[in-house]
Design a protein around this ligand. Sequence first.
Ligand SMILES: *Cc1c(COP(=O)(O)O)cnc(C)c1O
Length: 398
Amino acid sequence: MEKLLLFTPGPVNVAKNVKEAICKEDICHREAEFDALLQSVENKLLQLFEIKTISDYRAVVITGSGTAANESMMSSIIGDQNILILSNGEFGERLHKISKIHNKNTFLLDFAWGEKLDLEKVEAYLQEHDIDIVAMVHHETSSGMLNPLEKIGALSKENGAMLIVDCVSSTGAEVINMEKCHISFCSSSSSKAVCSYSGLSFVVGRIDEFEKLKDMPVKSTYLNLYNFYNFIKTYSQTPNTPAVPLFFALEQTLINILDKGIYNYHAGLRDRASILRQGMLKLGLEFLIDEKDMCCVLTTVKIPFHIDVTAFRQKLRKKSIIIYEGKGCFKDKVFQVGNIGELSFDDIQFFLKSLKEILRSFGPVNIKNVTSINFPRSILTSVNENVERKNFASQYKT
Ligand SMILES: *Cc1c(COP(=O)(O)O)cnc(C)c1O
């Protein structure tokens, strides 16, 4: 099979040594070999998060994609306390959806997809309501927006709320300072900027907060976060059968990142994003959001109105290039180009050259003359209006 170039925000093209790691020796997950492997992975995850007081934190690893880590947080941390979800896109809405299943006191403060979180509104909400836990997405992958952890962390702390964060698509790409941002727990996965295979996710959290989960009502068996914590603490194992080969791959990718140095790794991603963005702007394309608000994982590009998305993607596919389509209210309006994984600068140049050819094949060469689709607020808010609101959250809105 031809090699596909995955210009997606995960899955990614994994490194050769990660591919090799997945076929290491057969071990039993109830023996010392796995205990050591899990310890090694946990240790490296805590290093990846650059945690200074490492004795205050632990990381548990769950067999399951990023959603498993999110659902383990949502089902294990909240109990019957009041949780406020901040949302400005698809993944914020998903957090809300998961929370509603497990927690009757779930409230939502939502903003239009692709819009920034309004800090004044967040502050006012927290001052006026009795919120115990705030949950948010760091990198809202649907738009590419990086949300402000430090500011929300400070607001949460001032108002006596704990902060939990979905860092699935930002881990490995952006600084996540759990200590400085007052984050109690955050979730992530193996297959995005961490650049391994999909199938493992993890939750990093403060030990004192993990300990408190012991007294929380159990709402899930498999995804019980306290159980994961208790098992790793007591046995250096996982409660159920883990996907052992994926742990070998995760360990290897973490070694790759730490060997390179976290700062250099982030800088490498920023360089690639920057080359892609400059190249696409030169072709006359426009982005959905301001470059300064973007994460360095992907770029969300408006589709010029004369271009049919399906045909466009097929033409790229013929060149072995895979990109992402927009979802929800962005469907048929944007495409997304990731820059994580094993993509070389030659691959990026090849992508830009192919993109130029393909854009030309759709008509006017100077596509700057063609108006791109704008996103009137009304379109965006109308989608969000459909999101179910609850109790005082809806009263607040009116
Ligand atoms: C990818 C992603 C997830 C998890 O999705 P999975 O399909 O379970 O891997 C959660 N949150 C964000 C922000 C993501 O980008």
